[in-house]
Design a protein around this ligand. Structure first.
Ligand SMILES: [Zn+2]
Length: 449
């Protein structure tokens, strides 16, 4: 049995620092000052490793609930440059340059992106795989990667018809083939279809396929400033009628940022009944939307604050890392969070204190992770350590993730950054103590500052 005692962890909801005993990859015991308790139980503490977290915030791992791993690092490919900066040119450029994809090449790019996300504390990723390709190259590559990396990161794959379920020849059949091959979710892009009827048909097909194959749903939905794009309403109504609203996600829903309030008022009632999830990609849509506006220019993101206030689940996504839609994106979800707090104007003390939910438990809800997620005794020991003393400090400092642990295994620890002999800096920016791992026997007494 392998056992590690993580000490001096700041946990949300606890006033005192907590210790976490991890055994065989699971949280066995969580509480303050566990060492005397364990000694009293006759545990052989000398055989236990201890890791002093120095009072840092321990959080559930981050979830990136909207990413395109098959597109990453293609923005500088010849012919891929998106000069208008619109979603629609991005789709066109991708379509024009995707013919030379190979499984190995997609996997190599995706691996790098996954590593970057993991470095920032992500352990759960929902990626879309473009299936409007008769060879299904992206999907085959990401299915292989999902299995190869399963011990390190949980990847869900959406069979996503980037060029349309009914506007691309055979699109609906390719989505279904993707489900047969093992994709976790059904995807669609109704606002891109050639006409509204095709878009509505694609939503009907999405819900039918999800019900038939027992899969989740994640639709690129209303990713436009057009307030008349209202596919989220149909998606919620059909998924609710099928009893799978909570397994359904509407990604982007930018049009809600332009819709009038009376429509949103009506829609909110349905969304609450359906328990449909929303995934917002704030940096991406801030960049892509409002492109037909001069000034005033719309922000282009969905109503994160209003949905949250109504009790509707919203999670976040990086969406792109250097692709024809968005030229930046480094997998740092703390940047994504920072943007959404500004764009959605969510900065009351309570909103900041619970902001990490958008990256953690809300993400897990979107992904349909249930019993396996969270910092509770008996659950898999998956967590990250932020270089901050509490949730406010983490958001305030856009804190770095300095450690990531999965099933009890330390995926990485980050070195300390600050070294200085300038008194002003030394006095005011004193670095937190390093994360120290050592055998219990060498750790001496468990004295607390
Ligand atoms: Zn997307």
């Amino acid at each position: 049995m392998t056992a590690t005692l993580f000490t001096n962890a700041a946990l949300r909801g606890h006033d005192r620092l907590q210790d976490l005993l991890v055994e065989d990859g699971r949280f066995r015991l969580i509480g303050p000052d566990l060492a005397p308790q364990l000694a009293a139980q006759g545990r052989d503490l000398a055989r236990m490793d201890v890791v002093d977290l120095g009072g840092r915030l321990v959080s559930e791992p981050f979830c990136d609930t909207h990413l395109h791993l098959d597109y990453v690092f293609t923005s500088r490919k010849p012919g891929a440059a998106n000069t208008s900066g619109t979603l629609f040119e991005g789709i066109q450029r991708w379509g024009e340059t995707k013919a030379d994809l190979t499984v190995d090449e997609v996997k190599a790019r995706a691996r790098r992106a996954v590593a970057m996300e993991m470095r920032h504390g992500v352990q759960y990723i929902r990626t879309h795989a473009d299936v409007t390709d008769p060879q299904l190259t992206s999907l085959r590559a990401l299915l292989e990667l999902r299995e190869e990396l399963a011990d390190l990161v949980t990847i869900q794959i959406v069979a996503f018809p980037q060029e349309g379920m009914y506007s691309y020849p055979g699109g609906a059949e390719l989505v279904e083939e993707g489900l047969r091959m093992g994709a976790d979710c059904v995807g669609a892009i109704p606002h891109y279809e050639a006409c509204r009827e095709f878009g509505e048909r694609s939503i009907h097909t999405t819900v039918e396929l999800a019900a038939r194959y027992g899969r989740l749903i994640d639709v690129h939905c209303d990713e436009t400033d057009d307030p008349n794009s209202r596919f989220a309403e149909l998606l919620a109504a059909l998924a609710h009628a099928e009893g799978i609203g909570a397994m359904t996600t509407a990604s982007h829903t930018c049009s809600l940022g332009s819709a009038d309030d009376s429509y949103f008022f009506h829609l909110t009632k349905l969304l609450k009944q359906a328990r449909m999830n929303f995934a917002c990609a704030p940096t991406e849509n801030l960049y892509l939307q409002g492109r037909q506006d001069t000034f005033p220019k719309r922000r282009g993101i969905t109503r994160v604050k209003e949905l949250t206030d109504a009790g509707i689940n919203v999670s976040l996504g990086q969406d792109s890392m250097q692709d024809p839609w968005y030229p930046l994106g480094n997998g740092n979800m703390m940047i994504i969070l920072d943007y959404v707090l500004h764009l959605a104007q969510m900065m009351t003390p309570a909103e900041i204190d619970r902001a990490l939910d958008l990256l953690t438990v809300n993400g897990a809800t979107t992904l349909g992770l249930r019993e396996g997620y969270g910092i509770d005794e008996g659950k898999p020991a998956n967590f990250v350590v932020l270089d901050a003393p509490d949730a406010f400090g983490a958001v305030y400092e856009r804190a770095d993730v300095v450690m990531s642990v999965r099933a009890g295994r330390t995926l990485f620890t980050a070195p300390d950054a600050l070294r200085t002999d300038v008194p002003l800096l030394a006095d005011h920016l004193r670095p937190a103590p390093p994360i120290a791992a050592r055998p219990f026997a060498a750790a001496g007494q468990f004295t607390r500052a």
